[in-house]
Design a protein around this ligand. Structure first.
Ligand code: MLC
Ligand code: AMP
Length: 497
């Protein structure tokens, strides 16, 4: 049996999940997961290692699907519930899955997808108790999870991790942040990325803690839940902390006092997935007395660096290597840089992913003598704390904690009949980190407004990939070779603010 289920068995009577439908114990989680696993294994076409995609709200159902697919020996592929059909279709085709499981809310959406892609749709509520014995158990080296993430080469790639990788990612965080069965956490993050899946949900399950799901982040509701339910932990991206600060500032004195009291009673609040502005860290500290623990990670590696749980947390720094994670900073030749010099972060350890799904060349290129190349540039201070300075590629944008590829967006924009050429860049923004911005050269006599562009893009791109700024230009800035110069495009936006 995989370790996360063994862990759950130790805490069978504890409350595991609270969602919009009720409260569930670890025993209920185990019973339903086993039912899903045996149902899958008794499907005629199911084989160990098959990809099983699923579309479900953050909930007990989502959690049992994840554990059930793992227990069946499948690769769990959680899909984004807010993605338009075009993005979902891409993921279904790329994984080559035969089965898509969906909860009630997404059944109609899934049915429409089945008309485009040849897959079987299984509705969660229709999964019956056929037989609770399993024909086979997954091995720890078996593939477990596939998360789609954008890169420097256009379309998102499936990042495959094994049970061993996931176990290592979880254990590292449980140890570093002292998770225990006494903990409770409010989950507000999307469940198709590592932050929401591993750092929050899987760590809670491993520890026998309670995880409460909020279907969609909404600042007022989060504050109310903090006040009502006395959580011990919270983890989010910087944009969420900004939103919570805005809500606090708009509240009256009495409510502010309750907000302060509720957060001061928590034991840990963590920020990650994007750079935490020092102003946000300071404002949060003034409100809650918590110095946010900032950490650094990536879909391919889990978490790698973290400010300490006990000890000095340094503003603007992502901390020290986590237990079990080896880290080096290297120059362009792959040689380690001198202390204090900037270099690319490379990482090694059991947490590192196995491969990009069916992209052998991309997988090979991502490693250097067994070390994974993150593409992030950092510097280390005298005390060993890492500071993220930026990324090697200008074509990666981080917005609201989501990683998006400028090239992928450009490819879609170029299919618009009015667009002759375009360049997408991320423009710095305190609330969002970066905001997706498009400089566009139109065909003669064509016209295009931002709202027209956004309306058109809605069915093709996820909401967070759709440009928020539009600049119509006569010509895009190019170098002598005719290549668009992205830093100059960014400058155009700053000039035209
Ligand atoms: C939404 N809006 C944006 C935006 N997204 N504006 C600029 N840039 C963006 N990216 C605007 C909308 O247009 C809308 O404006 C308003 O904000 C509210 O929109 P929304 O759709 O309701 O936003 P919301 O759903 O609240 O999203 C905000 C968020 C979300 C922060 C909750 O982005 C989020 O969940 N981010 C987390 C992503 C994550 O988990 N990343 C981890 C990746 S793993 P209007 O005018 O229309 O009202 C990883 C590894 C690691 O990175 O280290 O963890
Ligand atoms: P993703 O591919 O969505 O997993 O995003 C991973 C990327 O997020 C990393 O490569 C970093 O660029 C960025 N990131 C994560 N945490 C931080 C942080 N604390 N500070 C700055 N960047 C971060």
């Amino acid at each position: 049996m995989i370790s996360i289920l063994q862990q759950a068995q130790k805490n069978s009577q504890n409350t595991a999940i609270i969602d919009a439908t009720g409260s569930y114990t670890y025993q209920q989680l185990l019973t339903k997961s086993l039912q899903i696993a045996s149902y899958l294994q008794h499907q005629a076409s199911f084989q160990q290692g098959d990809r099983v995609n699923f579309l479900a709200q953050p909930s007990f159902a989502y959690t049992t699907l994840l554990l059930g697919i793992w227990q069946a020996g499948g690769i769990a592929v959680p899909m984004c519930i807010t993605h338009p059909t075009a993005e979902l279709q891409y993921v279904l085709e790329d994984t080559g899955c035969k089965v898509l499981i969906t909860d009630k809310q997404y059944y109609v959406k899934a049915k429409a997808l089945a008309e485009q892609v040849d897959i079987q749709i299984i509705q969660y509520d229709a999964i019956e108790n056929i037989n609770t014995s399993l024909a086979f158990q997954p091995s720890s080296d078996g593939n477990a999870l596939m998360i789609y993430t954008s890169g420097t080469t256009g379309k998102p790639k499936g990042v495959v991790t094994t049970h061993r990788n996931i176990e290592s990612q979880i254990k590292t965080l449980v140890e570093a942040w002292r998770w225990s069965k006494e903990d409770s956490i409010l989950h507000v993050l999307p469940l198709h990325h590592v932050h929401g899946i591993i750092n929050v949900l899987a760590c809670a399950l491993w520890s026998g803690a309670r995880c409460d799901f909020l279907t969609k982040f909404e600042a007022k509701t989060v504050w109310q839940l903090f006040i009502d339910r006395a959580y011990s932990l919270f983890m989010a991206v910087p944009t969420i902390y900004s939103r919570l600060i805005q809500e606090y500032e708009q509240s009256d004195n009495y409510v502010q006092q309750q907000m302060r009291k509720a957060t001061q009673a928590m034991r840990l609040m963590v920020s990650g997935s994007a750079a935490l502005p020092v102003t946000v860290l300071e404002k949060w500290e003034n409100i809650t007395s918590h110095t946010l623990l900032e950490r650094y990670g990536m879909t391919e590696i889990g978490m790698a660096l973290s400010n300490p749980y006990i000890g000095k947390r340094v503003a603007g720094y992502v901390g020290l290597p986590l237990p079990g994670v080896a880290i080096k900073l290297v120059d362009e030749q792959g040689d380690e840089v001198a202390q204090g010099e900037p270099g690319e972060i490379i990482v090694k350890g059991d947490s590192i992913f196995k491969e990009y799904w069916q992209r052998e060349e991309a997988t090979q290129n991502a490693f250097m003598q067994g070390w994974f190349k993150t593409g992030d540039i950092a510097q280390v201070n005298e005390e060993g704390y890492f500071k993220i300075l930026g990324r090697q590629s200008v074509d990666i944008i981080k917005t609201g904690g989501y990683k998006v590829s400028a090239l992928e967006i450009e490819e879609v924009l170029r299919t618009h009949p009015a667009i002759k050429e375009c360049a997408v860049v991320g423009i710095e923004n305190e609330e969002w980190g970066e905001v997706v911005s498009a400089a566009i050269q139109l065909h003669t006599q064509a016209s295009l407004s931002l709202s027209q562009l956004r309306d058109w893009a809605k069915t093709l791109l996820a909401a967070y990939k759709i440009p928020r700024n539009l600049l119509i230009v006569e010509e895009l800035p190019r170098n002598a070779m005719g290549k668009i110069v992205k830093p100059s495009v960014k400058y155009l936006f700053q000039e035209n603010k």
